[in-house]
Design a protein around this ligand. Structure first.
Ligand SMILES: [Zn+2]
Ligand SMILES: [Zn+2]
Length: 253
């Protein structure tokens, strides 16, 4: 599987793009900067969206892509997540107030998006992939994903503070080749990180240890204001497993 980093920042400023990853050109994992980083043809090629939660820095591209793609897709693009996230999407974003309901325009059958709920912890077939949603611990209902193509698997945490279950599930998968994990704030803001449901370099270290996984961990979601400090604190961990998910880079798993 090839994972292209469209955006790996936890804040938007010129040159910093919000969280979004494109897998094998057809699967979006979160959509923060998807509409600004993918051209129209690339947006049209998307078949599947895995949405971790509805916070704007992850869902914005979904709203803006809908505006581009209405009437342009052969069949609806599937949006997969846990029921709580899809309920939030319907109630708070595609609610004909914040944004039109692009799951029913012009009709449910020919809409841009079709929402599909995943049963937590249950591997579900989606095209050539198997997707497992596992809830993590954030300020709002949020899920991580384990995505496999039969040869290897990739784990994406979504926004989370310290969490356990996704590592327990991951250890049983066996073929995980890489983890994409958030880290947002420096150690001195540990309390804020816990309150808002995010990791710091010190909690990143304990998550990696707890996971037992000996694969690369690609860090995303650094907050712009603290980026330099977080990078320094991560470098001080001297853990060769840790890399940064560089915007524009493509990684193979
Ligand atoms: Zn969030
Ligand atoms: Zn976020």
């Amino acid at each position: 599987m090839k994972l292209r980093v469209l955006g790996s920042s936890g804040s938007q400023l010129p040159g910093l793009n919000l969280t979004s990853f494109l897998l094998d050109r057809t699967v979006l994992i979160d959509t923060g900067s998807a509409a600004s980083m993918l051209d129209f043809d690339e947006q049209k090629r998307v078949e599947l969206v895995l949405l971790s939660h509805i916070h704007i820095d992850h869902s914005m591209g979904l709203l803006l892509m809908a505006d581009n793609l209405v009437g342009q897709t052969k069949r609806p693009i599937k949006v997969l997540s846990i029921p709580e996230v899809l309920d939030g999407l319907r109630g708070h974003l595609f609610n004909n107030q914040v944004w039109p309901d692009f799951t029913s325009i012009p009709s449910t059958r020919s809409a841009v998006f079709a929402l599909q709920a995943l049963r937590e912890g249950n591997p579900t077939r989606a095209g050539k992939y198997t997707v497992t949603a596992v809830k993590v611990s954030h300020a709002v209902p949020t899920t991580g994903f384990i995505i496999g193509d039969g040869r290897s698997s990739l784990l994406y945490t979504g926004d989370t503070r310290s969490t356990d279950r996704i590592w327990q599930v991951a250890r049983k998968v066996g073929d995980i080749r890489g983890v994409v994990i958030e880290t947002s704030f420096p150690n001195q803001l540990q309390e804020l990180a816990c309150l808002s449901g995010h990791l710091t370099p010190q909690t990143l270290r304990s998550e990696i240890e707890k996971s037992g996984l000996k694969v690369p961990f690609y860090v995303y979601h650094l907050k712009a204001l603290y980026m330099g400090q977080v990078q320094k604190e991560i470098a001080a961990l001297k853990n060769p497993q840790i890399r940064f998910a560089a915007e524009g880079a493509t990684y193979t798993f």
